[in-house]
Design a binder for this molecule. Sequence first.
Ligand SMILES: *Cc1c(COP(=O)(O)O)cnc(C)c1O
Length: 368
Amino acid sequence: MQIPKKLLPSDGRFGSGPSKVPHQAMEALATSSVIGTSHRQAPVRALVGSVREQIRALYSLPDDYEVVLGVGGSTAFFDAATFGLIRERSQHLAFGEFGAKFARAAERAPFLGDPTVVTSEPGTHPDAHPEAGIDVYAWAHNETSTGVTAPVRRVEGGDDGALVIIDGTSAAAGIPLDITQCDVYFFAPQKALASDAGIWFAVMSPAALARVEEIAASSRWIPAFFDLAAAVDNSRKDQTYNTPPLASLVWTDLQLRTIHENGGLAWSVARCEDSSSRLYGWAEQSSYATPFVADPGKQSPTVVTIDLEGVHASAVTAALRENGIVDIDGYRGLGRNQLRIATFPAIEPDDVTLLTQCLDYVVEHLDD
Ligand SMILES: *Cc1c(COP(=O)(O)O)cnc(C)c1O
């Protein structure tokens, strides 16, 4: 099936991660002076410093919050947090694949007590509840597997000093955030930040930094790769403990620059809201599509999940792929007849409108 050219978006990458890296950013890499150079020398350290500074500005960080980074992506951070931030017992909200993975990391750690894992039906989210003995509450700001967004706020009535640790991987730069409502906000940049993978960033509050120090000074064995105290130490010098993926740093820096040049977080958040509401609005009008997340307050502005009825999502995504529109299949683990479309800041809102027209075109012509 050939979709008419005038309906095709300017860029067909709508995947939720790895996600679209703008063409200008890909071209900039070709002339970058840091690729292939030492991460211990001034140019790469200046790049790391620039990324850290721009994350600080993005979230208007209080002076005593710090931007920490390390190698390995968000999954590595699940383990780093398990080793270096959970003192004894954690409570996890698991309303999708990624929250569940973090919970599993804590569950398997032989040096921790059993975590509390709170689940809810796919397409919804549970809320954290205060619990004696819990020193870390953890959940995802945006569950990339289901397209559900959950509020970031302190847990009233919990133990003194309990930390709130938020996985912002598919939310960072796309969803409003009051950073003072959490102690750690971590993310990898290959989702909402238009970059590639292999690195994690974590904004840490003074309480989180103190916890890292406390656990590092204890007798717990911590593998060097997951050692947050070493990560904090290196980050303060604009370095990483081991070699970072330089292209990911270059692209993260460029995307943050684009966001700041256009007005900062308010701009990028508004862009995601614009793009996602074009999809939700289209689905509500459509005879064959419905937003999967029923509660508008929980519908993600960065990862839009849409159930299809009377038409196979796999046939639709295959036809789109033939036309260069890729990666909008639903999350496999969810097993639904569903589309999942990223509306990260790097995605053009007008491309989203064109995508809806392509979807209508494909569905209308599937049986031809
Ligand atoms: C993709 C994703 C992860 C895993 O990120 P990696 O960098 O691949 O380890 C974790 N959490 C969320 C919310 C994600 O979307």
